[in-house]
Design a protein around this ligand. Structure first.
Ligand SMILES: Nc1nc2c(ncn2[C@@H]2O[C@H](COP(=O)(O)OP(=O)(O)OP(=O)(O)O)[C@@H](O)[C@H]2O)c(=O)[nH]1
Ligand SMILES: [Mg+2]
Length: 230
């Protein structure tokens, strides 16, 4: 970032029935960003329609801009990115898995001149207490495949805590509607020569509510994402 002024931050948070998490998340994000100008975009809804709980009411009361989407997590992120006004755009899960203090790392990476910073659970300082063995194995397999095919050096693939420069958001055209979105971003970032930085990130256990990712069918989607972009 050329100028010395503080960047304007856009948070993009996809939600599907996160009423027990979203209020606490927004509180801690706002605390962490208090020295910045920022906007928070909550993109709510899945294939079955909007959240059926109080997620949207709570998010709106807490000052988030609400956008609706009815296709999946990837589609929600694409919509959120398109609506973002920030110099730095950050995607974050709503389930309290991501640590708010790591926002500083994600912001610093873009300020230092990288186009995309991706959180990695497999760098020293990172980790996960929310990853069953099957997901660890699947994720490793996707990392190896993408690195081999696209001559990349990722250590993590399917993790959603990330930051983007405005330029990066404009440069890569995203189409994945579901959980393939992170893999699509990694591949397209590499293909378009963007400068990518991995930063260690620790994924806590989902605090409350139900997991939306179904390991096998979403794993299959991710495999198709890798094949489609070759
Ligand atoms: N808008 C939208 N958000 C979604 C959808 N599916 C998941 N999300 C959100 O995307 C984020 C990540 O989803 P999770 O269910 O936590 O996926 P995960 O982290 O792989 O699974 P857990 O192990 O349960 O944490 C959460 O904030 C979800 O609410 C969807 O279809 N639409
Ligand atoms: Mg989660």
């Amino acid at each position: 970032m050329a100028s010395m002024r503080r960047p304007y931050i856009t948070m993009v948070i996809p939600t599907l029935n996160e009423e027990r998490n979203i209020g606490k998340l927004l509180g801690s994000v706002k605390g962490e960003l208090r020295k910045y100008d920022y906007e928070i975009i909550v993109v709510d809804g899945g294939a079955g329609g909007p959240s059926t709980d109080r997620t949207v009411d709570i998010a709106r009361k807490d000052g988030a801009r609400i956008i609706y989407d009815d296709k999946g997590k990837g589609s929600a992120l694409i919509r959120g990115f398109a609506a973002a006004r920030g110099d730095i755009i950050i995607s974050m899960d709503a389930d309290l898995s991501n640590r708010p203090n790591e926002l500083r790392l994600l912001i610093a990476g873009i300020e230092a001149g990288y186009d995309i910073c991706v959180g990695s659970r497999f760098l020293t300082g990172g980790g996960s207490s929310d990853m069953p063995l099957l997901r660890v194995i699947g994720n490793k397999a996707f990392v190896m495949l993408v690195n081999l095919i696209y001559r990349a050096e990722y250590t993590d693939m399917c993790y959603g805590y990330r930051s983007f420069s405005r330029k990066a958001i404009r440069r890569i055209r995203l189409t994945e509607r579901g959980f393939g979105i992170e893999t699509e971003i990694n591949i397209k970032a590499k293909k378009s020569g963007l400068r990518v930085l991995e930063v260690p990130s620790f994924e806590k256990k989902r605090a409350a509510g139900e997991a939306k990712l179904r390991t096998l069918s979403d794993g299959w989607q991710i495999l198709k994402t890798i094949a489609k972009n070759m």
